[in-house]
Each structure stands twice: as C-alpha cells, then as structure tokens.
Design a binder for this molecule. Structure first.
Ligand code: FPP
Length: 249
C-alpha cells in the first residue's frame, strides 16, 4: 500500500497518510455552482468536466490504483432531454480531447453500466476508448454511465443464475468472489473511500456491493470547485479513520 506526505500548505496532519486503493466519487452540485454565478446549468456541467480532468491528474500523481466517477445514473434520464444530451455531448468531447493524453499517462479507462440503450455515438466511443487503453497498467479510471447499483446487482444475479443453469457452477459454489466477478467492476478492489460533493449525504444507488466497507466522506464543496487540495483533504480524513472492517482493534 502506498503512502504520501501531505503537503504543508493544507491543514492536514504531519504523519504520512494511507492511500486508498479505490476512490469513488459522486460529483454533485454542478447545477448549484452555476446558479450561484447566474450561469446556465450547462456551464456547471462544463466546469464539472474540467474538475474531472484535474482529479484524474491528481490520482495519477498520488498513484491511486482505482478511481470511479458517477457520470450518469439510470435515474438521470428523468432530466430534461436537453440536459441529457448536453451531458452525453460533454462526455463525448471529453473522450475525444483526453483519451490520447490519458493513454499516454498509462490510464486504463473502463465504463460501468448498461450500454444497451445509450446513443450509438456514445456506444462506439466507449468501445473504442476501452479498447485503446486496455493494455495500460496505471490508474484504472472507471466512468459509471447509465449506471445503477441495484441494476448492477441484478445483472450479476442473472449472470450467476445462467452459469448455474448451464451447469458451470453449483449453487453451493456461489461465493462472494465468484459473484463479484459478475459485476461491472470485475477485477478491481472494493471501494475504500467514497466522496460526495455539494453537501448531500446519500449513496444514490452508487456501487452498492463495492461500498460495503467504504469510508464515506461528504464535503460542502460543489463539484466544479473540487481540486487536488480537496482530494488531499478527503484522503487525509480517510487516513485518520480507524477501519476495523467488522473486527476489533
Ligand atoms: C451532478 O450535478 C452531476 C451530474 C449529474 C453529472 C456529472 C457530469 C459531469 C461532471 C460532466 C461530464 C462527465 C465526465 C466524466 C467528463 P447536478 O446537476 O445534479 O447539480 P445540482 O444538484 O446542483 O443541480
């Protein structure tokens, strides 16, 4: 497990801090960030995409093994069609502009979620992105898109049931590990630290299985204002928590 020395210019403790293996982020508050400035919501989402870029860079610098961001939930389809298409467009532009740079930084990009009913353009772009970065061995950057935690568990249950019906596995052979391999996050460690911005204190159907023992960190900061220092503060808080994982100290 890696350690980093917290920088002196932010108010965190002197000792070296444990680095979480998997950080998951609910990027909330783009709309309120824009509203506060008298700007349209679209400006908040654009600034949110810039924050994604900053945080990915910071995770590479800090040698975080896995970062997962919640870009679009299964419930987000309820937003006005113009906002849905803006979010899709922003993601597309982000991939067009950044995939090459991220690939050079040895980042492996994966998408978590149901692909079936995504626009064709998006399906093509995510397929290409995954393919282009699949051999990379640095940061695993998961983008949850059309993602819901309950839906993911159901998807895993169906896959498991099919394996049983096909005689590939008996009911007794269903273990935590075997089931986890049926989820979108196959092969990555469970979440150590979950960050939600903008003051809301909910999990909102995000990585329900993978967050079983995650430390939860909530900050008032709106997502477009989130930066490396804010990330360091969250990691510091995580490092100062006592994780007993159900046992005794
Ligand atoms: C929540 O803010 C944010 C979202 C629903 C979308 C997150 C998307 C991005 C940051 C941009 C594109 C993503 C990538 C990966 C490049 P909100 O609109 O719910 O804010 P509010 O609660 O203040 O209205």
């Amino acid at each position: 497990m890696g350690y980093y020395m917290p920088s002196k210019n932010i108010d965190i403790t002197e000792k070296s801090v444990k680095i979480p293996q998997h950080i998951a982020i609910i990027m909330d508050g783009n709309g309120r960030w824009a509203q506060k400035r008298g700007l349209p919501r679209s400006a908040g989402h654009k600034a949110g995409a810039d924050a994604v870029e900053r945080v990915v860079r910071a995770c590479v610098e800090l040698e975080i093994p896995v970062l997962t961001v919640f870009a679009f939930s299964t419930e987000n389809w309820k937003r006005p069609a113009t906002e849905v298409s803006l979010l899709m467009q922003l993601l597309l532009e982000y991939l067009q502009r950044k995939v090459k740079i991220m690939a050079e930084q040895n980042i492996k990009i994966r998408f978590l979620g149901e692909r079936e009913n995504l626009p064709e353009k998006i399906k093509t772009a995510i397929g290409r992105t995954e393919d282009y970065t699949k051999e990379n061995t640095g940061l695993v950057f998961n983008i949850a898109l059309n993602y819901g935690g309950q839906q993911e568990i159901l998807h895993g249950v169906k896959e498991m049931a099919q394996a049983v019906v096909a005689g590939e596995c008996s009911v007794e052979e269903i273990t935590k590990e075997r089931f986890a391999a049926c989820l979108y996050t196959e092969g990555v460690p469970e979440v150590d630290l979950m960050i939600r911005t903008s003051g809301e204190q909910r999990i909102s159907n995000f990585l329900l299985w993978q967050m079983a023992y995650a430390e939860l960190y909530f900050t008032e900061t709106y997502w477009p204002d989130f930066d490396k220092d804010a990330l360091l503060r969250a990691i510091d808080a995580y490092g100062n928590r006592e994780r007993r994982l159900g046992g005794l100290q």
